[in-house]
Design a binder for this molecule. Structure first.
Ligand code: ZN
Length: 365
């Protein structure tokens, strides 16, 4: 038996909820985490038709990229598609889970999938996020240094880029005097004690703070563990918006437009003027990506593949780059495959399936 919690914990290990944008509403929207997951239907959008498909296929969990509820709902009368979808899900005991901008922002998420489809390599996050890292400084008696640092690393501290177990240590002297209620590991109540200690510092992603502190308290010998936590302004290069990669061999712009049509199943591409130069560096952003245009131009990309550009925003290309707007649904359609692959990797015998309902609200005549 697999519970909804086991599935959502796994997905949140890959795309932590704290990586979502402030306007978003990722996570479990209906249902209870302790419910047994009988089957999962993976969709881009959660609509009434998708809930119907879940009922027909015996799935009590819908995993959708876009959250069906984006803003506060005050009435549940079925007066619009959002209320009707929620009502139908609740009446039929169906859990709805959204994995949206948190999956956009991770290195192996929505944009990596697009890059892979296009055969791009050296893929990097285009606009890395800041304020996601913290620093821990703690003071460890000499003999316990190995055990405490090991526990902290095992809890996920100390990762920088391709390096793990990164830390810095400096020997010094710690002092303390316990009162009549204390139970000091070293020394005695009421007596000033001086101990040779190591000041140890390491870095960790903010969302695992509880794990890191738990590891510190369970491995450190002292009754009161002294430690400081500092927020860091450093960027975390593996988390952020958009992605930039390179084609193995540069190609003509029209040839590249044909490649986009073929590899990303885009029936219509709205694009700015071609530059008359070969395409090598390509930036991508699944979904609405116009907010990233400035970063894309600075990055030196030749092409920017995304969606939802407005008429006036196309002018901002200023002939420095070719914007290729392939449609929102088209840019994110492979997110379903990405999610299904992730689920199959971890839960190979679990009944997860791709949604067959085409939820794209836009048609091309
Ligand atoms: Zn989207």
């Amino acid at each position: 038996m697999v519970t909804i919690a086991e599935i959502t914990n796994y997905l949140e290990h890959i795309a932590p909820l704290s990586y979502q944008e402030s306007y978003d509403n990722c996570g479990l929207i209906t249902g209870n985490k302790s419910m047994e997951a009988k089957g999962a239907l993976v969709a881009l959008d959660c609509t009434e038709q998708v809930i119907d498909e879940a009922i027909e296929t015996g799935c009590n969990l819908v995993i959708a990229h876009h959250p069906i509820v984006f803003k506060g709902l005050k009435k549940f009368t079925g007066s619009n598609y959002v209320e009707r979808t929620i009502l139908k899900a609740i009446k039929n005991d169906i859990a709805i889970y959204a994995i949206h901008t948190n999956l956009d922002n991770v290195h192996n998420g929505v944009n990596q999938k697009i890059c892979n489809k296009l055969g791009l390599s050296n893929n990097q996050i285009l606009s890395p996020k800041t304020d996601l890292l913290k620093k821990l400084v703690t003071f460890i008696p000499l003999h316990n240094f190995e055990a405490v640092s090991k526990a902290l690393f095992e809890a996920g501290a100390g990762h920088i880029g391709n390096y793990s177990e990164t830390g810095f240590s400096l020997k010094g002297e710690g002092s303390f005097r316990g009162n009549e209620h204390s139970n000091p590991t070293i020394g005695a109540q009421g007596k000033l004690e001086k101990v040779e200690e190591i000041r140890f510092e390491t870095i960790f992603p903010a969302h695992i703070q509880h794990k890191v502190l738990h590891a510190l308290h369970s491995s450190h010998p002292y009754e009161e563990v002294a430690y400081d936590i500092y927020p860091l302004a450093n960027a975390l290069n593996t988390v952020g918006s958009g992605m930039i990669g390179e084609l193995e061999t540069a190609m003509e712009e029209t040839q590249f437009l044909s490649l986009i049509k073929e590899k990303l199943s885009a029936s219509c591409i709205r694009h700015t003027h071609l530059q008359g130069r070969k395409v090598k560096k390509v930036a991508v952003c699944g979904g609405s990506g116009s907010f990233l245009l400035k970063n894309v131009i600075i990055s030196g990309a030749d092409f920017f593949i995304t969606s939802d550009f407005k008429y006036h925003e196309f002018f901002d290309a200023e002939r420095k780059i070719v914007i290729a707007d392939i449609g929102h649904y088209e840019s994110e359609q492979f997110t379903k495959d990405l999610l299904l692959d992730l689920l199959m990797e971890k839960f190979p015998t679990f009944a997860a399936r791709l949604c067959k309902t085409n939820t794209n609200p836009i048609n091309y005549f």
